[in-house]
Design a protein around this ligand. Structure first.
Ligand code: NAD
Length: 488
């Protein structure tokens, strides 16, 4: 299916969605959305204010009681219809993500498939959210546990996976019976707007899903978090913003789910299949232009094979085609905004000043758009910024380790704990990797492990809570225990 971008952009709502109505923001303010491949403005969005955010919470709060009473099957059917509609519009969603965020169209298509799986998965989970029934050990009470929706939720999503980060929150919230105020990232609101339009068509009732894009994120989040009608905030984004939201959430002892930043180690043992490890490293590093929380941030290679690994990796990375995401042959698109290029340049300069060598790339590409060459750095010191900070771009820094214990120790030397990867042919390392790596996710001989059926989330300063899997619905549920006097 060929998509006419102009017609598609016309079709996407640019207004706020509050209480079942599309409306302009209360002050009429707007903000622009840019195509990072060209710098061109592709849409002008209504910008929500604090008043709009509170109107959205009013609607969510009013809708909550009735929504909680709907049958699991009816919520499941809405999710399933949403899944079918997103699948039918897959090319439109992929195009929107590429033009507003920059990712190659082939990857945008994969994100539609991946992101849409959360709708299908939670449509299935909705009707199988079981409680328990038993008699307490003393025999005095019958014990029932039941799940209840946590209540109105604030969902805040980032720009790097515009569809999947929204479906990963909206689908379990619908499954559990929660109402929502959804705030997309201001760099990529179009995908979320179109997703909301699609879910409304799928049958989400008025007030249940409200969407408030804004040029000022905190003017939405702060008043909502301070309002006792809000019962939960689920945030995906950077660790500093997550920390700030947790501080604000403390005042009302608000439930929080925090999917924050990462600094993933990608560990290659000398006994690994090096070609498979190189392919895994490219998938884990270059997917989404390196702008992924799961991106391989530090490629940690056993000393005896580092030269061979670096040569193979450089050969493949230097051959990757950089270009606008809408070109079918593009493998690495533009970074999302101009300041990301300055960040990449500063990281490379810092690594080089501490002894690293640039094997390929290391600089911006072209004058137009925000392109940065896929880069391999070797001899990277353990205290270089590329090793200690989240890179969020196409730079692959190679560090070395001596033995297994050194690998685990180096891997864990970070405040983050989201994804980690291990490549080895010695499968006895699996449980030692699991025991030793302080990360929520471990890829074992695989560079891509996200899946709707798996619990996704971090430890340490990568966050709290899990999205997806059987666990995802629990984030939107509270457990009630009912003790019933035994009739005997
Ligand atoms: P960000 O923290 O700048 O923004 C994320 C969201 O928070 C956006 O909607 C933004 O508008 C909003 N926001 C920004 N400042 C805010 C404030 N002061 N108060 C309230 N909301 C605010 O992050 P980003 O640049 O959009 O995304 C990249 C980050 O997200 C990276 O750190 C990445 O690792 C992380 N991420 C994590 C996961 C995960 O599942 N763990 C997934 C994707 C991205």
């Amino acid at each position: 299916m060929t998509v006419n971008i102009h017609d598609l952009l016309e079709k996407v709502e640019k207004r706020l969605y509050i209480d079942g109505e599309w409306r302009a923001g209360s002050t009429g303010e707007t903000f622009d959305v840019e195509n990072p491949a060209t710098g061109e403005i592709i849409a002008t969005m209504a910008s929500a204010t604090s008043d709009d955010a509170l109107a959205a919470l009013d609607a969510a709060d009013r809708a909550q009681r009735e929504w909680a009473r709907t049958s699991p099957r009816s919520r499941s059917d809405i999710l399933r219809r949403g899944f079918d509609l997103v699948a039918a519009r897959a090319e439109e969603f992929a195009t929107l993500m590429t033009v507003e965020m920059g990712k190659p169209i082939s990857e945008a298509r994969s994100e539609v498939t991946y992101g849409n799986e959360y709708l299908r998965w939670f449509s299935e989970e909705t009707v199988r959210h079981y409680g328990r029934f038993t008699t307490v050990p003393e025999g005095t009470l019958r014990m029932i546990t039941t799940h209840k929706p946590v209540g109105p939720c604030l969902l805040i999503t980032p720009w790097n996976f515009p569809l999947a980060m929204a479906t990963r929150k909206v689908a379990p919230a619908i499954a559990a019976g929660c109402t929502m105020v959804l705030k997309p990232a201001k760099l990529t609101p179009l995908t979320v707007q179109y997703f909301a339009q699609t879910m409304i068509e799928a049958g989400v009732p008025s007030g249940v899903l409200n969407v408030v894009s804004s040029k000022s994120a905190s003017s939405i989040s702060s008043p909502l978090i301070a309002d006792t009608r809000l019962r939960k905030v689920s945030f995906t984004g950077s660790t500093p913003v997550g920390r700030q939201l947790m501080k604000e959430a403390a005042d009302n002892v608000l439930r929080t789910s925090m999917e924050l930043g990462g600094n993933a180690p990608f560990i290659v043992f000398a006994d690994a299949d090096l070609d498979a490890a190189v392919d895994g490293a490219i998938a884990a590093k270059m997917r989404n232009i390196g702008e992924a929380c799961t991106a391989a941030n530090r490629i940690i290679v056993q000393e005896s094979v580092v030269d061979e690994f670096a040569t193979k990796l450089t050969e493949k990375i230097s051959a990757l085609k950089v270009g606008p995401g809408m070109d079918e042959s593009t493998q690495v698109g533009p970074l999302v905004e101009a300041k990301a290029i300055d960040h990449m340049e500063a990281l490379v300069a810092d690594a080089v000043s501490r002894g690293a060598r640039v094997l390929t790339g290391g600089e911006r590409v072209g004058e137009r758009g925000h392109f940065f060459a896929p880069t391999v750095l070797t001899d990277v010191s353990r205290d270089a910024r590329v090793a200690t900070e989240e890179i969020f771009g196409p730079i692959a820094p190679i560090l070395t380790f001596t033995d297994e214990d050194d690998a685990w120790e180096l891997a864990n030397t970070t405040e983050y704990g989201l994804a980690s990867y291990v490549f080895t042919s010695d499968t006895s390392r699996l449980f030692r990797a699991s025991d030793n790596l302080e990360f929520g996710l471990v890829g074992f001989n695989s560079g891509v492990i996200s899946n709707a059926a798996a619990p996704f989330g971090g430890v340490k300063q990568s966050g709290l809570g899990r999205e997806g899997g059987a666990e995802g619905i629990e984030e939107y549920s509270t457990l009630q225990y009912i003790g019933v006097a035994n009739p005997y």
